[in-house]
Design a protein around this ligand. Structure first.
Ligand code: NAI
Length: 309
């Protein structure tokens, strides 16, 4: 009976308060789209300076969205911004911010131990039945949930894409232990943000990165072997496969360090999978600090506004 009543409480908690942990690139975006959709959002980071910067970037992004969506209605545009900003609060304490949360979305740096210790803090204060979700790109959701075994029935993945306000996809990741009700709530939450929600299993890279990261690395290997030039590989995939951007340019765009970091993680876990093996060329570029678009130099040169030269 206890089991039943616990499950019942867990599935009956509807979402109105969302706590987003990590106010970086992804966390800011997730907080923005949640506040825009009417949720009461608390955004958490380590200090006031980081939070101030995040709030400023959310405001700027909202103004851009409002101007575009409500071109001829400046009064409504203003209201959209002020209404959304009114739904947004900040905090420097994850444990405090989780106290009344219905959903916690974690988007802190990609580090297993750091994320696990954060989940233990959240566990000490979050209400029973609060949904826990990670935005991790490359770590296993079940591995993260191991830190808080009693939360496993309400623990899943919500994998957003950068930039969050623009990209329409969320991968909703199912672990073997999440209840159907909690999983459905994560799907519904993603849809309520205006996103397309794709359910998927808790496998390395989920859907998009599992296909994309090895593809980018295969393109680098092709370059490494001298099969074709970077420009020709990119032209071939744009014109031959109809992709909007070729893989070498896309690797620069994503960040060569990010690509390498994800592959290295998978290689350590699955050393026999050929597709996950490291590339010397990628390693060398990262070692030299040539990380792609964000450093102005990767396989290509990029200007300060982020356009390819
Ligand atoms: P980021 O480096 O821009 O932001 C991370 C933020 O977490 C920083 O502001 C940092 O101060 C904060 N933080 C670190 N420890 C904290 C703690 N204990 N409590 C509160 N805040 C803390 O990183 P980004 O790119 O936003 O990535 C965050 C997560 O999202 C990672 O798990 C990453 O794998 C995932 N992700 C990243 C994507 C991307 O394109 N950058 C795409 C999809 C997922």
């Amino acid at each position: 009976l206890r089991q039943f009543s616990l499950q019942y409480t867990m599935s009956s908690r509807s979402i109105s308060k969302v706590t987003v942990i990590g106010a970086g690139l992804m966390g800011s975006g997730i907080a923005q789209v949640s506040a825009q959709s009417g949720y009461q959002v608390t955004l958490v980071d380590l200090n006031e300076q980081l939070l101030g910067k995040a709030v400023q970037s959310i405001q700027t992004s909202l103004e851009r969205v409002a101007k575009k969506q409500l071109k001829d209605r400046p009064e409504e545009a203003k209201q959209l911004v002020s209404k959304t900003m009114a739904n947004l609060a900040t905090s420097q304490s994850a444990a405090d911010a989780a106290k009344s949360a219905d959903l916690v979305v974690e988007a802190v740096v990609e580090n297993l131990e750091l994320k696990r210790s954060l989940y233990r803090q959240l566990d000490s204060t979050a209400p029973a039945g609060c949904l826990f979700a990670s935005n991790t790109s490359s770590l296993g959701i079940a591995e993260l949930a191991e830190a808080v075994p009693n939360r496993k029935p309400t623990f899943g993945g919500l994998h957003f894409f950068n930039p969050v306000p623009v990209m329409r996809l969320v991968e909703v990741v199912r672990t073997p232990d999440i209840t159907e009700a909690a999983f459905n709530q994560l799907l519904e939450f993603s849809r309520s943000l205006g996103k397309s929600a794709v359910p998927c299993k808790d496998t390395p890279g989920f859907i998009v990165n599992r296909l994309l990261v090895p593809y980018l690395t295969e393109a680098v290997r092709m370059l490494e072997r001298g099969d074709a030039t970077a420009e020709d590989i990119d032209t071939a995939m744009r014109l031959g496969a109809g992709h909007p951007m070729g893989p070498i340019e896309l690797a620069d765009y994503v960040g060569l360090d990010t690509t390498k970091f994800i592959m290295d993680g998978w290689h350590a876990k699955f050393p026999n999978v050929e597709l996950f093996k490291p590339s010397d060329m990628l390693n060398k570029l990262v070692e030299e600090g040539r990380l792609g678009r964000k450093t102005g130099l990767g396989f290509y040169k990029w200007d300060s506004k982020g356009s390819k030269l």
